[in-house]
Design a protein around this ligand. Structure first.
Ligand code: PGA
Length: 249
C-alpha cells in the first residue's frame, strides 16, 4: 500500500506574509482521518520559516534543488546538508526547469540524486518528455534514459529511499494536463523499469504525476493504479486550491 503524497512546488514564489498565510491555510485544512501526506517545497530562503511553522505538524518539507557538491567555493549553491540542517527531508532533483533553463543533464541530475541521499535527504527525481519528443513517439525512451542515468550512478537499491515524479514538460504550467491514460502508461513503464532491477523496489516506489494538476482533474489522475500523488506547481500557491487537490487524493 503506497500512501498518496501531495507535494507543493512553490518554485520562485514566496514572501514572508504569503508563506505564513499559505502554511496556516494548509494546517487548518489538514485532516487527521486522511492518510494522504502533504509536502511543501519552498524557495531556500524561506525553509527555516516554513520549518518553524510546520515542525510539530505532519506537513513535510523539501528543497527545490541542491548542489552536487558537499561544500566549498560554489557561490550561490546550496548543499544537501544545508537543506537537511534547515529541516528538509526531501529535495527535488532534475525538475524540467532545472534541465531546460539551467542546462542540467542526466549525469548532473544523477550526481545530485547521490548527493541528496548522502545528506540524508530523499530525492524526488523528476523526469518527463518535451512535446517534440512525445510527438516523435519517444516518450518512454526519454523517460527511461533519465531513470537509467540515475540507476547507473546510484544503483537500483537507492530507489528504496527516493520518489519519482513524472512531469511531461508540455503539461507544466500550461494548463494542459496529460490524460489519466497518458500518465498511467508512463507511470507503469517507470515502475516496470525499476521492478526489472528489484521487484520490491518497483512495487514500493512512489511515482507522482505533475503538470497542471488542479482539483478538477486530480481525482481521475490519482485513481490510476500507478499514480501515487501529485507534484503541484501553480495550484500549490493558495491553500484553497492545494488542499482541494489533497482532498481529491
Ligand atoms: P504546474 O507545475 O502544476 O504549475 O504545471 C508543476 C511542476 O512544475 O512541478
Amino acid at each position: 500500500m503506497r500512501t498518496k503524497l501531495i507535494a507543493g512546488n512553490w518554485k520562485m514564489n514566496a514572501s514572508k506574509p504569503m508563506v505564513r498565510e499559505l502554511v496556516a491555510g494548509i494546517l487548518a485544512q489538514l485532516d487527521a482521518d486522511r492518510d494522504a501526506e502533504v509536502m511543501v517545497l519552498p524557495p531556500s530562503p524561506y525553509l527555516s520559516l516554513v520549518h518553524s511553522l510546520t515542525e510539530s505538524t505532519p506537513v513535510l518539507m523539501g528543497g527545490q534543488d541542491l548542489s552536487a557538491h558537499e561544500s566549498g567555493a560554489y557561490t550561490g549553491e546550496v548543499a544537501g546538508s544545508m537543506l537537511a540542517d534547515c529541516g528538509c527531508s526531501y529535495v527535488l532533483v532534475g525538475h524540467s526547469e532545472r534541465r531546460s533553463l539551467h542546462g542540467e543533464g542526466d549525469e548532473l541530475v544523477a550526481a545530485k540524486f547521490v548527493a541528496a541521499q548522502a545528506s540524508g535527504l530523499q530525492p524526488i527525481l523528476c523526469v518527463g518528455e518535451t512535446l517534440e519528443e512525445r510527438e516523435a513517439g519517444q516518450t518512454e525512451a526519454v523517460v527511461s534514459r533519465q531513470i537509467q542515468a540515475v540507476i547507473d550512478q546510484a544503483g537500483i537499491a537507492a530507489f528504496a529511499r527516493a520518489l519519482v515524479a513524472y512531469e511531461p514538460v508540455w503539461a507544466i504550467g500550461t494548463g494542459q494536463t496529460a490524460t489519466p491514460d497518458q500518465a498511467q502508461v508512463v507511470h507503469a513503464a517507470i515502475r516496470g523499469q525499476l521492478a526489472a532491477g528489484s521487484a520490491t523496489i518497483g512495487g514500493r516506489v512512489r511515482i507522482l504525476y505533475g503538470g497542471s494538476v488542479k482539483a478538477d482533474n486530480a481525482t481521475e489522475l490519482f485513481a490510476c493504479e500507478d499514480i501515487d500523488g501529485g507534484l503541484i506547481g501553480g495550484a500549490s500557491l493558495t491553500a484553497e486550491s492545494f488542499m482541494a487537490i489533497y482532498r481529491a487524493a
